[in-house]
Design a protein around this ligand. Structure first.
Ligand code: NAD
Ligand SMILES: O=P(O)(O)OC[C@H]1O[C@H](O[C@H]2[C@H](O)[C@@H](O)[C@@H](O)O[C@@H]2CO)[C@H](O)[C@@H](O)[C@@H]1O
Ligand code: MN
Length: 441
């Protein structure tokens, strides 16, 4: 079997150990010859890199592994895949994305509302640079991107690299929801044949077929209404994620047609969610005290002890697994079905062709072959059109350096609505993002 060369960009990410464990687990189905991890932060990269050396020595000794802060070593002609998971501005800026809007009584979240807008305006620059750096030496590698806000990054990359058919933006949340449905129905998530439509972090499941073709969505809806909803990996989740999943029950009660992505809570119930968010201790603080601390402490421990056996850090969740099974489907032309982010081009027939929609597609070595969704009902169409206009205006604001478009974008966002509030939060975010955003005039 052919062996693949992979570069992980953002190797110092908190999600990398789980991904590395996934690589070990999949060595028979997605064998890797050379793995390079690249990060701009030498310190974070070294901690995860030294951990990786121990893990691979024990579980994957034949892999050629290295880590680097030098683009020239990271991006080479022989790469087959580039996995990307960067965070421009780090947790320091994520905290501001959350706390600035919250200080004004507006949702403060990583990818939704003004926080997602601010993060998008930061991510675009680095993602464009990254694609240019990769393509300068390698025209063929598949670039699988997790970097958030994936919705806005996808619109920007489509606008800037319209002919590059080997950039694929992905999100693990639909897969993670499938895992949670699987737990309720006693099924493996890969045995579902889902129908899903929307934008990233803004979509709905309309059908969930089992291998015999039965639609299990009605059964699942009733189970959620009767017993609530929890993530498949609830025991590993922080309180805020459990609260987020619990909101699915209310969404299903109010809008029973389809099963919603958890992120819709921020748009459908901003006041209720706002009441639960603590402006002094946001998700960033929870991640820093939890996942980030645990990952870096455990990686240091593994490197010191010289063994990764028994380490909690290598637990493999949907995040690490999902990018690998997508890559494997491309590598081996498997045509497996995944929910991914694609240019609409008629997939959802009553939405604009240029929208970057999230839908199910068969993933082959020639890329995604999406399944048609057809027309969607007015309520969902209205929500998506407004959210897509926000995404498009955000990218235009970035590309044109336009304050007017930034203001329009935020005013359209359902978490903001008031133009006065939009201006207030925009001005504060401009100040906080100096050096990251283009100048808005
Ligand atoms: N699409 C999804 O569903 C999904 C799921 C989980 C995480 N994510 C995203 O993955 C990314 C990583 O998340 P995290 O919580 O582990 O963040 P993190 O800050 O722990 O990791 C990001 C890493 O990227 C590095 N980095 C930043 N800019 C870089 C650049 N230009 N080039 C190379 N490296 C760079 C940082 O130094 C850091 O080590 C974020 O964008 C996050 O939003 C996406
Ligand atoms: O707040 P964070 O940093 O914990 O997570 C933000 C990300 O949340 C989603 O990812 C899920 C992922 O789907 C699941 O597999 C599991 O690993 O938990 C993650 C959340 O903790 C979301 O899809 C991402 O886009 C977010 O970045
Ligand atoms: Mn996501």
């Amino acid at each position: 079997m052919k062996k693949y060369n992979v570069t992980i960009v953002g190797g110092g990410s908190t999600w990398t150990p789980g991904l590395l464990k996934g690589i070990c687990n999949r060595q028979n189905t997605f064998p890797i010859k050379k793995l390079v991890m690249y990060d701009i932060n030498a310190e974070r990269q070294a901690v995860i890199g030294e951990f990786a050396k121990v893990l691979f020595k024990e579980e994957y000794p034949e892999i050629e592994f290295s880590y680097t802060n030098d683009k020239k070593e990271a991006f080479t002609e022989d790469m087959d895949f580039v996995f990307c998971q960067i965070r421009t501005g780090g947790f320091e800026m994520r905290e501001k994305d959350e706390k600035i809007p919250l200080s004004m009584g507006i949702i403060g979240q990583e990818t939704c509302g003004p926080g997602g807008f601010a993060y998008g305006m930061r991510s675009i620059r680095d993602m464009v640079q990254l694609i240019e750096d990769v393509r300068a030496v390698n025209k063929n590698a598949w670039i699988l991107n997790y970097t958030n806000p994936a919705a806005i990054v996808a619109v920007a990359l489509q606008e800037i690299f319209p002919d590059d058919k080997r950039i694929l933006n992905i999100c693990d949340q639909p897969e993670n929801l499938l895992r949670s449905y699987g737990k309720l129905l006693d099924m493996h998530e890969r045995d579902f044949d889902p129908v899903y439509f929307g934008l990233n972090h803004f979509g709905w499941f309309t059908h969930l077929y089992d291998p015999e073709g039965n639609d299990l969505l009605p059964v699942l809806r009733q189970k959620i209404l009767d017993g609530g909803f929890r993530p498949a990996d609830a025991e590993q989740r922080d309180k805020s994620w459990l609260e987020t999943y619990a909101m699915v029950e209310q969404m299903v009660r109010d809008f029973p047609d389809f099963l919603p992505n958890t992120y819709l809570q921020y748009y459908l119930y901003p006041d209720k969610v706002l009441d639960k968010l603590n402006p002094e201790f946001t998700r960033t603080n929870e991640v820093q005290a939890g996942r980030e601390k645990r990952v870096f402490e455990d990686c240091i421990k593994v490197a010191k002890q010289g063994t990764a056996r028994g380490s909690n850090v290598v637990h493999n969740d949907a995040h690490g697994e999902f990018i690998l099974i997508v890559a494997e489907s491309i590598a081996h032309n498997k045509g497996d079905n995944f929910i991914v982010i694609l240019k609409n081009n008629g997939i959802i027939s009553n939405l604009p062709d240029d929208a970057m929609v999230e839908v199910a597609a068969s993933i082959t070595s020639n890329g995604p072959r999406p399944y048609a969704v057809g027309e969607i009902p007015t309520f969902y169409k209205g929500l998506i059109e407004s959210q897509y206009a926000y995404e498009k205006l955000t990218v235009e604001a970035y590309l044109e350096g336009s304050y007017a478009k930034a203001l329009q974008a935020l005013t359209l966002n359902r978490t903001v609505v008031s133009a006065e509030k939009a201006r207030e939060v925009l001005d504060a975010l401009i100040e906080a993002n100096k050096g990251y955003w283009p100048k808005l005039k």
